[in-house]
Design a protein around this ligand. Structure first.
Ligand code: AMP
Ligand code: ZN
Length: 494
């Protein structure tokens, strides 16, 4: 029986403002879409926090045995500076400044993004679609919205008529804004004269003659509005109605509000069952922003090359630091806070490493089942990683008691305890013990033992050439075999 059947999850749904029981549309399957980065600059540590929140959510679903289709896009066109409709495309602007092709900018920062994800041990999504790869789908959606009478063309651009839509639907239901408030907040820029109402947003923009990022459409040579890509890519891969849509808190409005409006205008139904928003990372109490210099790059964590850091930290320490806060809480990054997290991280890793040495006893004096359920309950309660970490430290206390022989565990409980610690620390939280503990070292142990077995077979068959070859090639890799009375053991040089 899959684990998810016995571990029901509650998710805080930004749309209802409540924690709700999570039931996927198709049992055992989850469709999840998370807005990806706009690849016009290096991702900063704040972006990493949002993607990490969803990485852990994805990991937990997989751990529970769900089959997940996880889509995280790359925004490579349409995102206008300041998130407004009139202005320069973020990527086009960077290309102009750096005197490169927009696609060179896209390539450079997509590669940077992938390097960061790898360094921080993120699982890749199932599909990573790009906005420019889905222009045709976006044009089709614009056509549908026009056909429904909600989209209108104006000077080669197409806009979404928010006021008309709001007559029959509720524009603002996600962000809690009403359209009068939105009117007060709209900036009166030149191009807005193309719009019927200041609150309307662009579905398609006519490109200026010098604009390179342009595609033919029934209305003009132009490019899609930012919100359209996510509607197109989420529904293409997950259907018109899917389970989870996520992103950072700052995307709630206008981006996600507009996505809902586009979907509803197009299909008449709400696209998403659970909207999830991850909270912001600040640096020394202030918003992280490129423009003010108040930011840290993910690579500066492990190089230590930031004026905000007194030393380098491993990516896993940064991961651990971030997961000590719940994804919906604000989190402030300071040098002192990551120094404290580092101590905790190594204490946890050392304890997990020490778990290997613990031998079973005939009786159990610790209640592993309740401890284990507490770990699950933490994650089942809207992915509460800080509470989970508190229970993992309860596990550290158990390990110390077991080491001192103050407590004992029977074989079955000990296995259960070891597996649970490993699953939560490595599989769910995605931490890596750089000193070689954790899953990889177990795999290496397994591989070396496999080779030892093959070497023994070779020796039994008097194939000494092969047995010596195995021994010598392992030595070349820094792995020394030692033949003793109880068989062969090995030693890995660090
Ligand atoms: P962008 O590339 O600007 O579209 O941002 C990519 C993702 O990072 C979005 O989900 C944003 O909401 C999120 N994000 C941006 N700044 C921060 C921050 N300081 N802390 C956490 N998440 C952020
Ligand atoms: Zn999006």
């Amino acid at each position: 029986m899959p684990l998810y059947k016995s571990q029901p999850i509650k998710i805080y749904n930004s749309l209802s403002g409540e924690k709700e029981n999570f039931t996927p549309i198709n049992e055992g399957n989850i469709g999840m879409y998370v807005c990806g980065p706009t690849v016009y600059s290096n991702v900063h540590l704040g972006n990493v926090r949002t993607f990490m929140s969803f990485d852990v959510i994805y990991r937990y679903f997989l751990h529970l045995g769900y089959k997940v289709r996880y889509i995280r896009n790359i925004t490579d066109v349409g995102h206008i500076v300041d998130d407004i409709d009139e202005g320069e495309d973020k990527i086009a602007k960077k290309a102009r400044i750096e005197q490169l092709e927009p696609m060179e900018i896209v390539q450079r920062y997509t590669v940077d993004f992938h390097n960061v994800l790898k360094a921080y041990n993120f699982l890749p999504p199932s599909i990573e679609p790009t906005a420019t790869g889905h222009i045709i789908e976006q044009i089709e959606i614009v056509k549908k919205i026009i056909a429904k009478g909600i989209g209108y063309e104006s000077n080669g651009s197409v806009y979404f008529n928010v006021v008309k839509f709001n007559e029959t639907n509720n524009y603002g239901k996600l962000s809690g804004r009403n359209i009068e408030d939105m009117l007060a907040n709209t900036r009166d820029t030149d191009g807005q004269s193309d719009k019927k109402n200041p609150q309307d947003f662009a579905l398609w923009k006519k490109a200026e003659p010098q604009h390179i990022m342009r595609w033919p459409s029934p209305w003009s040579d132009g490019f899609p509005g930012w919100h359209l890509e996510c509607t197109a890519m989420s529904t293409k891969y997950l259907g018109n109605h899917f389970d989870i849509h996520g992103g950072g808190m700052d995307l709630k409005f206008p981006h996600h509000e507009c996505e809902i409006a586009q979907n509803e205008a197009c299909t008449g139904q709400e696209p998403v069952n659970y909207w999830m928003h991850a909270n912001m990372l600040t640096l020394n109490g202030k918003k992280m922003a490129k423009s003010t210099g108040n930011n840290i790059l993910p690579s500066e964590i492990y190089s230590g090359g930031s004026p905000f850091l007194t030393k380098a930290f491993s990516a896993s320490v940064a991961r651990f630091f971030m997961l000590q806060a719940h994804y919906r809480s604000n989190l402030d990054f300071t040098n002192d806070a990551i120094l404290a997290a580092e101590k905790g991280f190594y204490r946890l890793m050392e304890a997990v490493e020490g778990l290997k040495e613990i031998k079973p006893n005939t009786i159990s004096t610790l209640d592993i089942s309740s401890w284990k359920q507490n770990c699950y309950d933490a994650m089942n309660d809207d992915f509460n990683s800080p509470i989970l970490i508190a229970y993992l430290f309860e596990g550290v206390r158990f390990i110390n008691l077991l080491k001192d022989h103050t407590a004992t565990l029977a074989p079955e409980d000990l296995d259960n305890f070891k597996n649970t610690m490993h699953s939560f620390v490595f599989d769910v939280l995605g931490l890596v013990d750089e000193k070689g503990a954790g899953n990889n070292s177990e795999k290496i142990d397994g591989l070396v033992n496999l080779l030892i077995g093959m070497r023994n077979n070779a020796r039994d068959n008097k194939n000494f050439a092969l047995s010596d070859q195995i021994r010598d090639q392992l030595i070349a890799l820094g792995i020394q075999l030692k033949d003793g009375k109880d068989g062969t053991s090995f030693n890995i040089q660090q």
